[in-house]
Every structure is written in structure tokens, then in C-alpha cells.
Ligand binder design. Structure first.
Ligand SMILES: [Fe+2]
Ligand SMILES: [Fe+2]
Length: 191
């Protein structure tokens, strides 16, 4: 059953193989509205991270600490936003939270920032895998990779240490313009 609001133009086809250029123009016009609203959705998802947590800070406070530490260390806006969003996968794809966050960021950020977010969960394992009879140095499979050292640093300085209720981090509103800036970048070639 069609769910389009009354008056909204819709495509002519019931199978994509029968679509026309005019149909796909309609689809991409709608998609652009979705892309334009991406930052709003992200800010909503971040808000959902404010709930109860077994840590001593909420998941939102954790990523706010991460982004604040990145900013205070002189990171650029893109890197600060990656720190802010590195755990957003907790909300939309918990089982592989690193890869979900990385996929969300990929059209908008450098290869290095994407790689760090994508691998941060494995690299964070250095701090806890050994409690479960797992090799805490699993990340060393990537030793020699061009982004290995940067990912170790990300975890050491902007992630594993961001569970401190006494740390004074900036509020989410402070980072909102940065999120909007990064997610307003053009994304040619991504589908
Ligand atoms: Fe994480
Ligand atoms: Fe984290």
C-alpha cells in the first residue's frame, strides 16, 4: 500500500527495471532532502545516548569527553566530529558499533579518520580483551599500517580515558555547528 502524503509526486514503476530518468530524478530529489536532514538525525541519535549506562558516565558524556579532549588537543573540526561520533553505532548497530559509525562518516571524512573509527573497537581491546582470555594485542595484526599509530593514539588519549565523571566537557550544543558543517559536505559517488 502506498504511504506517500497526498499530492506528493511518486514514481511510475513497480519494479526498478521499468524506471525512467524522470522517476529517478524524483527519487534523488527526495534523497537530497534526507541527506540535508542527516545532521538532525545524528543529533537525535546522540541525544539517545544520554540514557542509563553501566559506566560512571552516560554514553553521551563519554563521546562529549572524547570530542572535548580532541578539541583541547588542537584537532581539526573533522577529527573532533569523528571523536564525537565514534560510538554512535551503539544506538543504530550495537553489535558492530565501530563499523556502523565508520560507514556513517565515510562519505564525509578522510581515509585516516574513517579507518580510525572503523578499527577503534578492536584497538580498544588492548584495554579489556585479556580479562576474557583474548589477546589484548590483536590490534598488532595491523602493525605497520599507515594509520596504526594514529588509532593507538586515538584510543589512548581520546577514548579509553573518557569515563571520568569529574572531567568538564563541552556540551553537545557546542559541537552542533561542527556536525552540521561536516555533514553538509558534498558526497559525490556514494550510493
Ligand atoms: Fe567504541
Ligand atoms: Fe568510545
Amino acid at each position: 500500500m502506498s504511504k506517500e502524503p497526498a499530492g506528493m509526486p511518486i514514481t511510475s514503476f513497480t519494479a526498478m527495471e521499468h524506471g525512467t530518468r524522470a522517476d529517478y530524478d524524483l527519487v534523488f530529489e527526495h534523497e537530497q532532502h534526507q541527506i540535508d536532514a542527516q545532521a538532525d538525525r545524528i543529533l537525535d541519535w546522540l541525544g539517545q545516548m544520554a540514557g542509563p549506562s553501566p559506566y560512571r558516565v552516560s554514553r553521551l558524556d563519554h563521546v562529549l569527553q572524547s570530542a572535548t579532549r580532541a578539541e583541547r588537543d588542537g584537532a581539526d573540526t573533522e577529527t573532533i566530529v569523528c571523536a564525537l561520533l565514534h560510538d554512535i553505532g551503539d544506538i543504530i548497530g550495537t553489535a558492530n558499533h565501530s563499523q556502523v559509525a565508520a560507514a556513517l562518516l565515510r562519505p564525509y571524512v578522510s581515509d585516516q579518520n574513517w579507518w580510525i573509527v572503523n578499527h577503534h573497537g578492536l584497538f580498544q581491546g588492548y584495554y579489556w580483551f585479556h580479562h576474557y582470555d583474548r589477546d589484548r594485542n590483536e590490534r598488532d595484526a595491523f602493525r605497520g599500517h599507515e594509520f596504526y599509530d594514529a588509532t593507538v593514539r586515538f584510543c589512548a588519549e581520546w577514548d579509553q580515558n573518557c569515563f571520568d565523571p569529574a572531567y568538564r566537557h563541552s556540551p553537545l550544543e557546542h559541537f552542533e555547528p561542527m556536525v552540521r558543517e561536516i555533514f553538509s559536505r558534498p558526497t559525490p559517488g556514494f550510493v
